[in-house]
Design a binder for this molecule. Structure first.
Ligand code: SF4
Length: 79
């Protein structure tokens, strides 16, 4: 029915999502990507990247660094 699927941000939000599909037939709705874009901000800022929402303990500090640095960047900064 399909040749392939891409799960970019979903893999950040829930790295175990493929196993959840195989084992439970569905993804844990409490671990899905919310499409906030914060991981994309980390990528553009060349920082360690992952889900800021679902794994704040690891990636929150990098996002806070980004927000501090962003104050000195032009409004149209895209990394
Ligand atoms: S940071 Fe936001 S966009 Fe990125 S994976 Fe997490 S919820 Fe999704």
């Amino acid at each position: 029915m399909i040749d392939g699927m891409l799960f970019g941000r979903m893999a950040f939000a829930d790295p175990d999502f493929a196993n959840e599909i195989l084992q439970n037939g569905r993804i844990d709705e409490k671990r899905v990507c919310l499409t906030c874009g914060k991981c994309g901000d980390l990528i553009c800022a060349h920082k360690p990247t992952g889900c800021v929402v679902r794994n704040y303990q690891t990636f929150g500090k990098f996002y806070q660094e980004f927000m501090e640095e962003k104050k000195d960047l032009p409004a149209n900064f895209r990394g």
